[in-house]
Design a protein around this ligand. Structure first.
Ligand code: HAM
Length: 426
């Protein structure tokens, strides 16, 4: 009988991968808290209308990538991103009435029916932050810097930052820029790919970030959004850039960055990493000052980002000296031969685990040599070796696996105290 396999675009995590995954979440929880963000947990599925209204009907996500179901009379969708759900929750529970600025973070699985490839999955995971209730450009900078500091805390080097402004929705701003783009693009339409020809009417800004080389050639010389925003947006963006520079956060001003979700206003940004190839965005975000109102709430500005855990893991794995192996290592491995020794070893390990050490032993009847190999493979600092001879003498051997390779015998009755002392000293 054929086995049932996973769904394409999803993946399973074991051992080192699961540890790496958890570390990415742990580091996020830790650094987000240090910046004053508290955790929020929202449902994995929501009313389809929420995403259609928040992300935009014309986006790729809403028009073709959502997992939507109609059990009974409802139409529900597996969340393709986290912002819409968080803002829905803030609105529904009127959290904005209770506090001033709301700073939250979240983590969890997201779902998009994209064509799977390296760094692009149908179920993937994000960690993200949303700061709701202030239009201060310094808050944009805090959010952007937080992403950078997170990657640093993970040990991920060579992250690049792309930055742009796409202006606000008011009359002299984005509508005028859109009009300028339309005028500039009209005579160039035949040079664009088929998809972009359709985007001309539906979602003209998305032409700017098309990956097709002939479109990119056309886009190079188009009017740039940061040169066509209204005065207020120009001032906002200038202050964002100034503070980034003051904080020595380098960025590439990139007029082709428009993002794939319609709720953005003003500042938009993306973090990229060269190890990813075509899907090089390891995170992205921006301001979305109109979203709250668009969802039926008050006019409250907000800014946030989401970072893709799987893409971060690909980038980390490509680094020459990965710190992950260390995270997986255990404190000690018990090597025992013969029934009585194995029973004694199981008891010792139980006591050491209770004392807070990580320990493991063999349960497959392996030879001494194979057990030593397992200990090394697990990155154990110490091996505890117990054969029948040692057991009869009431002794056990402690072997340093990481540094000196030295070994010595200690009394069985004292070995737990001895080991605890060793780990206190390390
Ligand atoms: P996004 O750019 O659509 O933004 O996604 C953020 C990150 O999620 C991407 O940079 C990428 O790392 C990861 N990601 C997206 N799609 C996939 C996929 N199919 N497979 C693997 N990873 C993926 C948002 O989701 C916005 N909600 C961010 C935001 C928060 N803006 C304001 N607040």
């Amino acid at each position: 009988m054929e086995i049932i396999r996973h769904i394409e675009g999803t993946r399973d995590y074991f051992a080192a991968d699961a540890a790496r995954f958890n570390r990415a979440l742990r580091v996020a929880a830790d650094i987000f808290a240090r910046y004053g963000y508290s955790q929020t947990i929202t449902p994995i599925f929501e009313n389809t209308a929420l995403f259609a209204r928040a992300i935009g009907e014309a986006t790729d996500i809403v028009s073709k990538e959502m997992y939507t179901f109609t059990p009974g009379s409802e139409t529900i969708t597996l969340r393709p991103e986290g912002t819409a759900g968080v803002i829905r929750a803030v609105l529904q529970h009127e959290i904005y009435k209770r506090t001033g600025l709301i700073k939250v973070w979240y983590a969890g699985p997201m779902f998009r029916r994209e064509r799977p490839q390296k760094g692009r999955q149908r179920q993937f995971h994000q960690v993200g932050v949303e700061a709701v209730g202030s239009a201060d450009p310094l808050l944009d900078v805090e959010v952007i810097a937080l992403g950078i500091r997170y990657y640093e805390a993970l040990g991920l080097n060579d992250v690049r930052l792309r930055l742009n402004t796409i202006g606000c929705l008011n009359e002299p701003c984005r509508p005028v820029y859109r009009q300028r783009l339309r005028q500039a693009l009209q005579p160039l339409l035949p040079r664009l790919c088929k998809v972009c020809q359709e985007r001309f009417d539906r979602n003209i800004l998305r032409i700017l970030d098309c990956k097709n080389s002939s479109c990119q050639e056309v886009v190079k010389d188009l009017p740039r959004s940061h040169e066509h925003t209204c005065d207020a947006c120009r001032e906002h963006f200038a202050r964002v850039r100034e503070s980034l520079e003051e904080q020595q956060i380098s960025y590439n001003l990139d007029h082709t960055l428009v993002r794939g979700l319609d709720y953005y206003t003003n500042t938009v940004f993306e973090y990229t990493h060269a190890a990813l190839g075509a899907q090089d965005a390891i995170g992205g975000g921006g301001r979305y000052d109109g979203l709250m109102k668009q969802l039926g709430g008050p006019d409250i500005p907000a800014v946030g980002f989401a970072l893709g855990i799987e893409r971060i893991m690909i980038a980390l794995a490509a680094m020459p000296e990965s710190k992950e192996a260390e995270a997986e290592a255990i404190d000690l491995y018990g090597i025992a031969l013969g029934d009585d020794s194995r029973k004694a070893m199981a008891k010792i390990l139980g006591q050491l685990r209770q004392a807070g050490l990580s320990a493991d032993m063999d349960y497959e009847g392996k030879s001494l040599k194979a057990q030593l190999r397992s200990a090394n493979k697990r990155g154990a600092r110490l091996a505890l070796i117990l054969g029948n001879n040692e057991l009869q003498r009431g002794e056990v051997i402690i072997k340093d696996l990481l540094h000196s390779g030295e070994q010595r015998s200690v009394l069985l009755a004292q070995c737990c105290d001895e080991i605890k002392t060793i780990f206190k000293c390390i």
